[in-house]
Design a protein around this ligand. Structure first.
Ligand SMILES: Nc1ncnc2c1ncn2[C@@H]1O[C@H](COP(=O)(O)OP(=O)(O)OP(=O)(O)O)[C@@H](O)[C@H]1O
Ligand SMILES: [Zn+2]
Length: 569
């Protein structure tokens, strides 16, 4: 049986399966012909893509700007080690197309906020699924979907928590309706093993190093293939052998172990990452790999410290100094030896406790050395303690559940369920007070709330269509806003924070305003993007500037739309 034949059979079986699930042939056709935009092909996005294709969706457009890193491999199942450094969207497309030749997948390696995606681009989709990892891009997608009047399924996961939120701005609550907690609350595990970009990545790496050496290894630890460096294994060389004679002295074993661990994690691993430079498309950061001699000097030249007081660590406070490389080596070596002894005494796994001085100093020193190697500004132990308290691992189970729920919700939507009758799905861990069974997460369906009155996106949007090469900001204000919408603007600003119009310019910005309000939108590079308008009475509006050649300026008000449910096909 050739692969084409098998694929055709498989695809028709999917549609038969859908009909068995009581979907009418009209809905099945709708699924077959709907175009879906999937933004983000990471942990959640990979799951969503697979579910879309195996649920009968054929036309899928992927947008992701990033490349695959080693730390993605444990849960982003579409990617393999030979894909490291390649673009996620491209590899995901190739792999799925190979598996399901009937699918028509388009891959864009772009920032979703790029001008390459005008409003018309979004309008072609029956739905948008957002599987992003940051607030800024999510807010943008929420807004552009509101302007394009396309239903959005917003997804996310952090550890055991996750969410799927169906959104139709103006009809349901949107992503902008509720103020979000600052993004720094939790740090997802990413880019840990391969190439850290922030000091948070270095701190997470250092806590994993602690776990790999002294703890109970979990599969989610990106360093889990370094088992041979576990102290429980290394200690066998020191323990008396069967014949009853000791192979090495305790002190020799400690020194040897320290050297071996430092060689591995501060030289060999860094050399390996450095050797990958040519393969990676993202610009490599400048790396500083210590030499063997430097490490040896640190190992043998440090004065033997007997207690943690000898290290003269400062009291925990926000103004502590960041350790120099010499100090970090000194603390690292001392703490490593202390932890080796602790492990030997307890003969069991150690658990990282950010409130334990030695453990925290170990993680601070390791993260400082990692940060220095990657040319990242390190943090003092006060800050490291704060960061270590916020680490939450990414769990593939959560991603899989979220990926399942969102496609299920999409199928319900396309089969005629009004978006208001879908639900917000929230995933959370079973509270400790409840007996634990095999299911560790609970899914709570929540009623979809109406938009909040204060939300600028749900309130009213202004869709501005004009020839952006000809229309000046002043014309937009006088002939568009004032004449067509009766909005009396006090100021108009871009999302980059530039004021391009002021009704009563004060001295400082008057020159800027005078220049900009006589400029065309094209000259100001304000095209296919939202701008902010504040009117005289303090009401805020969002407007989208859309270019069309040689047409008169037109402003449409968009408010609560598609109230009659989706029957877009
Ligand atoms: N503005 C953007 N435009 C396009 N893609 C984006 C944008 N911002 C983030 N992404 C993509 O969204 C995806 C989010 O996936 P995910 O949360 O799994 O992140 P990750 O970095 O792959 O893994 P981790 O869970 O380790 O953070 C990433 O692949 C990222 O490249
Ligand atoms: Zn809203």
């Amino acid at each position: 049986m050739n692969i084409e034949y098998y694929n055709d059979r498989y695809q028709s079986n999917i549609y038969k399966g859908l009909e068995h699930c009581f979907l009418s042939s009209r809905v099945v056709e709708k699924i077959r012909h709907s175009k879906i935009l999937l933004i983000g092909v990471g942990g959640v996005g990979s799951e969503v893509l697979k579910n879309l294709v195996f649920s009968g969706f054929v036309n899928i457009h992927l947008v992701d700007l990033d490349t695959i890193s080693v730390s993605n491999l444990n849960r982003q199942f579409l990617f393999r080690s030979e894909d490291v450094g390649k673009y996620k969207a491209v590899v995901a497309k190739d792999r799925i197309t190979k598996l399901c030749s009937w699918s028509h997948i388009t891959a864009s390696v772009e920032n979703i906020r790029s001008r390459k995606f005008p409003l018309e681009f979004f309008k072609q989709f029956a739905a948008v699924i957002c599987a992003l990892d940051n607030h800024k891009a999510r807010l943008y997608v929420n807004e552009v979907c509101a302007f394009a009047q396309v239903p959005l399924f917003e997804t996310g996961s952090t550890g055991y928590q996750g969410q799927v939120i169906p959104i139709l701005a103006g009809t349901t609550e949107c992503y902008n309706c509720e103020p979000k907690p600052p993004q720094t609350e939790h740090i997802p595990v990413c880019t840990i093993r391969h190439r850290p970009e922030t000091v948070e990545h270095c701190v997470v790496w250092a806590t994993y190093l602690f776990e790999v050496l002294f703890g109970n290894l979990e599969d989610s630890n990106p360093l889990s293939d370094e088992k041979e460096y576990k102290v429980s294994r290394l200690s066998r060389e020191w323990e008396p052998n069967d014949a009853g004679s000791e192979s090495v002295t305790e002190k020799d074993w400690e020194d040897m172990t320290c050297e071996r661990i430092m060689n591995k994690f501060f030289i060999e691993d860094l050399q390996f990452i450095e050797s990958l430079k040519e393969d990676t498309v993202s610009s490599p950061s400048r790396m500083k790999v210590p030499s063997q001699e430097q490490l040896r000097r640190h190992l043998w030249n440090v004065e033997e410290k007997h207690s943690v007081e000898d290290l003269k660590l400062e009291e925990q406070n926000p103004h502590q100094l960041v350790w120099t490389s010499d100090k970090a080596y000194e603390v690292f070596i001392f703490c490593l030896k202390q932890l080796l002894r602790r492990w030997k005494e307890s003969k069991g796994a150690l658990i990282f406790d950010k409130d334990d001085t030695i453990s925290l100093a170990f993680v601070t020193a390791a993260s400082t050395l990692r940060a220095i190697a990657f040319d990242i500004s390190a943090k003092n132990s006060f800050d490291v303690r704060g960061i270590a308290g916020r680490i939450i691992p990414a769990l593939s189970t959560t991603n899989a559940v979220i990926g399942g729920i969102v496609v299920f919700q999409l199928l319900r939507f396309l089969s005629g369920t009004h978006i208001k009758d879908l639900y917000n799905a929230r995933l959370s861990q079973v509270p400790r007070s409840r007996p634990r069974h095999s299911d560790e997460v609970i899914i709570t369906p929540e009623v979809i709330r109406p938009p909040t009155a204060e939300c600028v996106i749900c309130h009213e949007l202004l869709l501005v269509t004009c020839d952006t090469r000809k229309v000046t900001v002043r014309q937009f204000v006088e002939e568009g806003l004032k004449e067509q919408t009766k909005v009396e603007p006090f100021s108009v600003a871009t999302d980059e924070g530039y004021i391009i119009y002021e009704s009563e310019p004060d001295d400082e910005v008057s020159i800027e305003s005078r220049n900009t309000d006589m400029s065309t939108f094209a000259q100001l590079q304000v095209e296919e993007q939202p701008i902010s308008i504040l009117d005289e009475s303090g009401v805020h509006y969002r407007a989208w500037i859309r270019h069309q050649c040689d047409i008169p300026l037109l402003i449409e008000r968009i408010s609560s739309f598609m109230d009659d449910g989706c029957d877009c096909l």
